[in-house]
Write a protein that binds this ligand. Structure first.
Ligand SMILES: Nc1nc2c(ncn2[C@@H]2O[C@H](COP(=O)(O)OP(=O)(O)O)[C@@H](O)[C@H]2O)c(=O)[nH]1
Ligand SMILES: [Mg+2]
Length: 455
């Protein structure tokens, strides 16, 4: 039952200065009053009241009560928040008192789900609140906070409005099946449709950046032994994680960490140097390096500029063909011996070429801006532009775009209005999936079950 009054600890589970127990539902104030005793006669909304927190008539703590009256609350229902001291035991005791006073334990994400169902949040905003909580890098925070504030939703609403105008224009003519769409109307529709197409294309393209920030890019550092892969790995992570020695074949296991470089989230793997080896353990490491090379979305191919290139370098470069790759010319503190011809080949194979000396920690900035550039972060303002940031949203935009193209084609071929209308309605239905106007119950449940209890 939706309006059952629910409660949970909304702050992190662990010891802290303060904790918040949130209560939401028709009986929120009634439940809170049973647990919280204050001198005030009346609890007014949006005011803070100091008082005692009771369990079975015993005072167990003192704290603050805040009441948010429906619909002006996070969930859109009556909400009370009791702020108590943040010890693990005391917080649990306050929650138990609330539960025995008539509230039910909230499920994971149930507050946010109610906010969505009550129209306080769109689906993409609700999803983004989860991402704000999970954010581990600055760009993840900026992007998810912008989606949570509704920047994406208002762009979608804007496109939606144009589509609805188009649909109503098409409906106006569909009632007279013997007539074609009038020339003036068609021109007007074409103009609006072109705008819609352009905006959908921009949104679709924004996923390159959105994915790079939110989901991260599977990245492997590859190169021959001793090129400086582990040194680069450590430079990017800002700490000595991987073992660096001058002994070829040092790295054997694949080491993986997540790091933000130039705003892009790299799921970064250091690998064994690829070469012919007879050592049993190193051979396994090399095999794993090859697998990483194949399964990665971005390669950082490391070359030692202090050595003439050899067949191992050639092999690495050939493997980068057709993939997204950045060449890292390392050891620029040493005299160059790599051939000009090979450098040319590197530049024509890899999307970017960056010169570094991991020994002197030189070239980080250049590498960071290359990565940022490669994933369009230079063109996008993460805090203010509408950006698609997950596969679910991407699929809706892509489908809507295909349908809108179909409508455009039908319109320009002078087909009957019902064909145009059919394509436009499909486009609208697909676009509406983003903010859950027609999202199936399963999708909605999948999104909210990712949340922690109390959110
Ligand atoms: N001169 C110089 N030596 C480097 C540089 N980067 C790495 N090295 C050295 O090259 C050797 C191999 O480095 P390592 O990172 O283990 O290479 P990997 O086998 O590719 O992982 C070590 O002795 C490093 O100190 C650099 O920028 N300049
Ligand atoms: Mg290594």
């Amino acid at each position: 039952m939706l309006n059952e009054t629910i409660a949970a600890i909304s702050t992190a589970h662990g010891k802290g200065g303060v904790a918040i127990i949130r209560i939401s539902g028709d009986n929120a104030l009634l439940v809170a009053k049973r647990v919280f005793s204050t001198k005030a006669n009346d609890i007014e909304p949006r005011r803070c009241y100091f008082g005692s927190i009771l369990r079975d008539n015993d005072i167990i703590d003192t704290g603050i009560l805040t009441y948010y009256k429906a619909p002006a609350s996070f969930t859109g229902e009556d909400v009370c928040e009791i702020c108590c001291h943040g010890g693990i035991y005391v917080t649990q005791a306050v929650l138990e008192s609330v539960l025995s006073s008539g509230a039910k334990m909230a499920g994971a994400g149930e507050f946010t789900k109610r906010a969505y169902i009550n129209g306080k949040l769109t689906l993409s905003s609700a999803e983004a609140i989860g991402n704000v909580i999970d954010a581990k890098t600055d760009s993840q925070l900026r992007l998810s906070s912008s989606v949570a504030r509704g920047v994406l939703s208002s762009k979608v609403a804007d496109i939606r409005e144009k589509m609805i105008a188009l649909i109503s224009q098409a409906y106006a003519t569909v009632d007279y099946p013997d007539e074609d769409i009038e020339e003036a109307t068609r021109e007007q529709m074409e103009n609006t449709l072109n705008l819609v197409l352009r905006e959908l294309e921009i949104l679709k393209k924004s996923y390159r950046a959105g994915k790079a920030v939110c989901e991260g890019i599977k990245t492997a550092i590859v190169g021959k032994p001793n090129a400086g892969k582990s040194s680069l790995y450590n430079m990017l992570l800002g700490e000595e994680v991987a073992i660096v020695t001058d002994i070829a074949g040092t790295t054997r296991d694949v080491i993986e960490h997540t790091v933000s470089v130039g705003g892009v989230t790299l799921n970064l793997a250091d690998t064994a140097g690829i070469r012919h080896s007879l050592d049993t353990v190193e051979k396994i490491g090399i095999e794993r390096a090859r697998q990483k090379l194949d399964s990665s979305e971005l390669l950082l191919c490391v070359f030692d500029q202090g050595q003439e290139e050899n067949e191992e370098d050639e092999y690495i470069l050939d493997s980068a063909l057709g993939k997204c790759a950045i060449a890292i010319i390392n050891k620029i503190d040493t005299p160059p011996r790599i051939s000009q011809k090979f450098l040319e080949k590197i530049k024509s194979t890899c999307q970017r070429t960056v010169y570094v000396s991991t020994k002197n920690q030189e070239g980080y900035e250049e590498l960071a801006s290359s990565i940022s550039d490669l994933y369009d972060l230079g063109e996008i303002d993460l805090s203010n532009d509408a950006v698609i940031s997950n596969a679910r949203q991407f699929s809706s935009v892509s489908l809507a775009l295909d349908d809108a193209k179909e409508a455009q084609e039908a319109l320009s071929l002078g087909q009957t209005p019902d064909i145009v209308l059919f394509a436009l309605e499909k486009a609208l239905a697909n676009l509406d999936m983003i903010d859950g106007r027609v999202a199936g119950e399963e999708i909605v449940n999948a999104i909210f079950s990712r949340f922690c209890v109390g959110k």
